[in-house]
Design a protein around this ligand. Structure first.
Ligand SMILES: CC(C)(COP(=O)(O)OP(=O)(O)OC[C@H]1O[C@@H](n2cnc3c(N)ncnc32)[C@H](O)[C@@H]1OP(=O)(O)O)[C@@H](O)C(=O)NCCC(=O)NCCS
Length: 177
């Protein structure tokens, strides 16, 4: 069982420790954070989340032993248009491949659709992040577009950004079938 708990200051050092290098940082967070990732950068985002939960909600995923196994965020909640954005999704490096990513995203979608009453949830993944894209597709996210060569990676190569979306009615249809 995975539970999502609001991210607290005490969670910051562990999260920083989950990011081994600049490429992993770009894959996880895009250019919002700069390498080397520092606790101060995460604390700034946590403060932003505290000030305005519709701008940012940060969660730690804990497993049945209460061990932290993941991180996930909801950003840019737009109550008028019914939009929410999933971002900075990460499973602890030691916990990959156990279905935690999928469960974590599923629970976050429940927050979006049931609590926040989102009409549509969006996310962006790097084109070469096939594990992430597969995880989202299995939950019903549809690939809606590609911005070719949109991100410059630390090794100098360019990678496209894949836009994915999920409508509330499609989510409900999948979950009531
Ligand atoms: C992406 C991420 C969150 C997925 O979480 P996870 O717990 O490892 O993934 P899960 O075990 O829930 O499922 C992954 C699925 O992708 C599949 N998969 C794994 N590697 C794959 C690959 N290279 N290509 C395609 N599919 C792949 C798995 O088979 C699995 O499907 P299954 O449930 O049918 O077996 C995790 O790998 C991660 O933290 N990555 C680093 C940070 C990151 O890239 N975040 C995403 C930012 S958009």
């Amino acid at each position: 069982m995975i539970r999502l708990i609001p991210f607290a200051p005490g969670d910051i050092p562990r999260l920083v420790g989950w990011i081994p290098d600049a490429t992993a940082l770009m894959l996880w967070a895009g250019p919002r954070y700069a390498w080397p990732l520092t606790e101060a950068q995460i604390e700034r985002e946590r403060t932003r989340a505290d000030a305005n939960p519709d701008a940012l909600r940060m969660y730690v995923a804990r497993d049945e032993n209460n061990q932290p196994v993941g991180h996930i965020e909801i950003g840019d909640v737009d109550r008028i248009h019914g939009l929410a954005h999933l971002q900075r999704i990460m499973v602890a490096p030691t916990a990959h491949g156990r279905g935690i990513g999928r469960t974590m995203v599923e629970q976050t979608l429940r927050i979006c659709f049931d609590e926040l009453k989102s009409h549509r949830v969006e996310l962006v993944a790097l084109e070469n992040n096939s594990r992430a894209i597969a995880t989202y597709a299995k939950l019903g996210f549809v690939r809606e577009g590609l911005a070719p060569e949109a991100r410059l990676m630390p090794d100098g190569t360019r990678v496209g950004r894949v836009y994915m979306g999920l409508l509330a009615r499609d989510w409900r249809a999948r979950n009531t079938a």
